[in-house]
Design a protein around this ligand. Structure first.
Ligand code: SF4
Length: 340
């Protein structure tokens, strides 16, 4: 078994580097093909510069609340306790541009029919907002989900700068009608809505994701997301106001040249929340979804080894929580990966 603080053996690394090079060659050939057909080859490659993001609009079909497969295994999902099986998604694309994200595969599976040609661009560099959102809010029968927890959101961050004002309208309507919300975000803009959440403390929980305390790694994995400290501060502020708040320590990356010690990194995350004592603590390792591992390997410039990592790091997660007087739940790798 690979130690969680070691890189893989040199022989394996050599093979993975060769595979990575082959994948990059294939990608280059694909780009050449696009280049011969269109002029948009630059758009196909990810660029963290926000000015590279192309914006569009699309029509969203009410109701805004749709079934989600991310929820409890007991209810037929993949086992993430983030809702009662429902999600509120109201954008196509996410400008946070996390390189491990699998949502691009879902959007590209729909192709250009649902929205338009911008979905062919690199993940993070296309964004469609709903042009008829006010109409969709009105046409959603919110009372139908009274007392039911709905995740907000599973295919984009609800507190992207482009969505924060729409999100405020949606949470207002949902909470007025007794819908319970699990807010899932990496954005400090969520704090702007704490005034509404504090009116409905029993209906809301706020979940923030943190994968690493290593800023260099964070910049590569989540190029447009607030620092880990700023995200942890969301939980601190929420708890101070009497709101229920939790953390998802994910996706935990295996040992990397840029951050060799997984244990030290996770210790730093757990230590930084030890004075807050979040109401919910979940953990999850990096999982293979679509082409996310290749995207990450290209961004990192090194191969990623996941063999036996999930089980090893799960033990570390529980041990570290215990060390700081907390408990949490680990979401094991789940093979049913048809997510939405
Ligand atoms: S914030 Fe979530 S949806 Fe957005 S890119 Fe990151 S992982 Fe994907």
């Amino acid at each position: 078994m690979i130690s969680i603080n070691q890189t893989a053996d040199p022989e394996k690394e050599k093979h993975r580097m060769a595979a990575l090079k082959a994948w990059e060659t294939m990608r280059r050939l694909k780009i050449e093909k696009i280049k011969s057909e269109t002029e948009s080859v630059d758009d196909y490659l990810f660029d963290p510069d926000m000015r590279k993001v192309a914006f569009g609009t699309y029509r969203i079909n009410p109701p805004l609340i749709k079934p989600s497969k991310l929820t409890w295994i007991e209810k037929g999902g993949v086992g993430k306790e983030l809702s009662d099986g429902w999600a509120l998604n109201y954008a196509v694309g996410c400008t946070h541009a996390c390189r491990f994200c699998y949502v691009d595969n879902i959007n590209k599976r729909y192709g250009t029919r649902r929205t338009g040609p911008l979905v062919n661009r690199a993940w993070g560099n296309y964004f469609y907002s709903p042009e008829n959102i006010d109409e969709a809010i009105e046409k959603t029968n919110w009372k139908r989900w009274k007392g039911i927890e709905v995740m907000m959101s599973s295919t984009h961050d609800p507190y992207l700068p482009q969505l924060a004002s729409v999100t405020r309208k949606i949470i207002t309507k949902a909470l007025e009608n007794g819908v319970r919300l699990c807010i899932q975000t990496r954005s400090p803009l969520v704090k702007r809505d704490f005034d509404i959440f504090t009116r409905y403390p029993d209906l809301v929980r706020i979940q923030v994701s943190v994968a690493t305390m290593n800023h260099e790694l964070s910049r590569i994995m989540e190029p447009r997301v607030a620092t880990p400290e700023a995200r942890i501060d969301i939980i601190r502020e929420a708890k101070r106001l009497g709101l229920r708040a939790g953390i998802i320590i994910a996706p935990v990356m295996p040992p990397l040249k840029i951050r060799p010690s997984v244990s030290a990194d996770m210790d730093a995350i757990v230590r930084s929340i030890s004075d807050i004592k979040p109401d919910f603590i979940y953990g999850e390792s990096l999982h293979t979804r679509g082409s996310n591992i290749k995207e990450l390997e290209v961004a990192l410039g090194e191969p990623i080894f996941l063999e036996n990592f999930d089980a090893a790091i799960e033990k570390k997660f529980h041990a570290l929580l215990l060390k700081y007087g907390m408990t949490g739940r680990w979401w094991k790798e789940h093979k049913r990966i048809n997510l939405a």
